[in-house]
Ligand binder design. Sequence first.
Ligand code: CMP
Length: 143
Amino acid sequence: MERTFLMVKPDGVQRSLIGKIVAKFEEKGFQLIGAKLMMIDSELAEKHYQEHKEKPFFPELVDFITSGPVFAMVWEGKNVVQVARNMMGKTNPAEAASGTIRGDYGVNVSMNVIHGSDSLESAQREIQLFFNEEELLTYNKDI
Ligand code: CMP
């Protein structure tokens, strides 16, 4: 089954949006198989955002993602990578459609509440970066 990595960013945690965000993915029918509230250190931030290393906003990106707790999650489900991206909306909340997470809650491109893997390859890499295999639980939710 397809898996993706999603993370409520420091702005979302601080604004008590974890529950609302988790509920959206649960209601969509996806299965939460791993989650933790954690601090990201600069080493992990630089690895996670390695593709943006040359971008002018990279230092700002690392500063922000290490500024407070994040809520890291692994979700499982059919086409979960792409569907979760659609549910998050565009990176810039000003361009994100109403009804999407960033459209409804995002403030600006930095404080855009949530990160989600942009491809199957990124999902695999990001899941391995944040979670050990023992932290991921597969279980029957149709009880
Ligand atoms: P995310 O999905 O976490 O992946 C990379 C992040 O870079 C993106 O969300 C934005 O929050 C951030 N980002 C993109 N463009 C800019 C920008 N111009 N200034 C600051 N941050 C940006």
